[in-house]
Design a binder for this molecule. Structure first.
Ligand code: NDP
Length: 451
């Protein structure tokens, strides 16, 4: 008997998810956004409802939590908590980054791992969804402290991962330095050289274009969205938030394509450059953030630019917005401000940077809105290609990888349009990304039976 799915059943489903995951608002937010979009699709596909795919997909395969003990430079013992969420392995080894940030908790990592399932599916590569990290704060720590923390973290994590099991990468607070320490310890403990982590340095199995991939991909996705309205990046004023990995390469690609990038930020404030950042200022930011680990205010001081302490970019007038810092950094008031100021496109470089209420503002205004699981999938896509190169023991050229990245972003866009076109002149990219990502995972789960 076909199972009927009604709105009151959606409410009951969501109430159950909220009840079973107390104190995890970000996880609930992600599940709610996905479920609301999927519900009408599930009504047309009772086989998925009957097999309770969504109920199963919102319950992680497993969660590993562990103590990370390490010794700081003054000889004090420090204790942090480590996590790895192996959310869904239905279509491939678990894949997703590690985040080191004091705000990290179970709910935040579960939201990230849950989003990662659908994102990885959208890339068309065989990767399941996972995420991990720690409440460790690399800010203000010496290289030696970061190394000792990473070694202790990996001394537990190594038994849960492997090239065919779970392949972590970087995220907030985990860049090339941390990946080096983590992979070095993994290789030492296992005594084998495999591509069990991605985002590796070029000297030890990394892929060209991996550092750039998330930011470049977010811009390629924006180009695809603009093309549907016969527009392009050139001459457009762009607001970028953050100044880490994703923000830096988003800005780089936008500048290369003739966009005028007028903001960058960090958790302390925003720099506004009305003339538009050039490659010299961007090189300064990369050195500041990646080597000297300083604050974005120093960019303003160095070049005499505007700086607003405690503010974000969203009240600045711009055509295109690239939120590339962290979750829920763009709320409904900011969304209304952007719409009022004539913004026509949002491409989410970060994961869930837009609050639930803010997405509704953009939907109502019918902006081009690229949700993170589509727009920022370029990073994990090239991580997938790093795995391929490691298995084949080859290194592709920069242009080979960049061409593949463009192709994958274009395919993801096509998928969003296929499942998200709601009228002749409007594509609901959130709908398209959620349904497009869900179908493959759901079909794999159907094939497996009740597991
Ligand atoms: P980085 O650590 O390199 O940079 C993070 C940036 O965001 C920094 O400028 C940081 O400022 C800012 N930031 C972090 N937390 C906050 C906060 N609570 N409030 C305001 N600003 C904040 O991380 P990434 O660039 O790698 O990641 C950025 C986003 O992109 C995340 O949402 C991540 O999940 C997502 N993402 C990353 C991918 C990747 O390949 N790296 C792939 C797909 C998505 P400060 O230095 O002051 O903390």
């Amino acid at each position: 008997m076909a199972m009927e799915i009604k709105q009151d059943r959606l409410d009951a489903f969501l109430a159950r998810v909220e009840h079973r995951n107390p104190g995890e608002p970000e996880f609930f937010q992600a599940v709610r956004e996905v479920s609301e979009k999927l519900w009408p699709f599930l009504q047309k596909h009772p086989e998925f409802a009957k097999a309770r795919i969504l109920e199963r997909l919102t319950e992680p395969d497993r969660v590993v939590m562990f103590r990370v003990t390490w010794v700081d430079d003054s000889g004090q013992i420090q204790v942090n908590r480590g996590y790895r969420i192996q959310f869904s392995g239905a279509i491939g080894p678990y894949k997703g980054g590690l985040r080191f940030h004091p705000s990290v908790n179970l709910g935040i990592l579960k939201f990230l791992a849950f989003e990662q399932i659908l994102k990885n599916s959208l890339t068309t590569l065989p990767m399941g969804g996972g995420k991990g990290g720690s409440d460790f704060d690399p800010k203000g720590k010496s290289d030696n402290e970061v190394m000792r923390f990473c070694q202790s973290f990996m001394s537990e994590l190594f038994r849960h991962i492997g090239k065919n099991i779970d392949v972590p990468a970087g995220d907030i607070g985990v860049g090339e330095r941390e990946i080096g320490y983590l992979f070095g310890q993994y290789r030492r403990l296992r005594n084998e050289f495999t591509g069990t982590m991605t985002g590796k340095g070029m000297a030890y199995g990394g892929s060209l274009i991996r550092p750039e991939a998330t930011g470049y991909g977010s811009v390629y996705f924006a180009c695809e969205m603009l093309r549907t309205r016969n527009e392009d990046i050139s001459g457009r004023t762009c607001l970028v938030s953050g100044s880490g990995n994703v923000a830096q390469y988003t800005a780089e690609k936008l500048i290369e394509m003739g966009g005028k990038v007028i903001t960058l930020s960090d958790s302390s404030g925003v720099v506004v450059d009305h003339a538009g950042l050039d490659t010299e200022k961007l090189a300064y930011v990369m050195d500041l953030k990646n080597n000297r680990r300083g604050r974005i205010k120093e960019l303003a001081d160095e070049f005499g630019l505007e700086y607003h302490e405690g503010k974000d970019p969203w009240s600045v007038k711009g055509d295109l917005a690239f939120p590339s810092a962290t979750q829920n950094e763009l709320d409904a008031d900011s969304a209304r401000e952007l719409v009022k100021n004539g913004c026509i496109l949002i491409s989410e470089g970060a994961n869930m940077p837009t609050t639930y209420e803010a997405t509704k503002v953009f939907e109502e205004a019918r902006l081009l809105f690229g949700p993170g699981k589509a727009a920022n999938a370029g990073g994990v896509a090239i991580s997938g290609l790093e795995m391929t190169q490691n298995s084949m023991r080859v290194s592709w050229t920069r242009s080979e990888v960049d061409t593949k990245l463009k192709g994958i972003m274009s395919t993801i866009h096509d998928t969003c349009v296929e499942y998200g076109r709601v009228s002749d002149d409007y594509v609901d990219y959130i709908l398209g990304a959620n349904v497009g990502g869900f179908v493959k995972v759901a079909n794999a789960m159907l094939a497996f039976g009740a597991v």
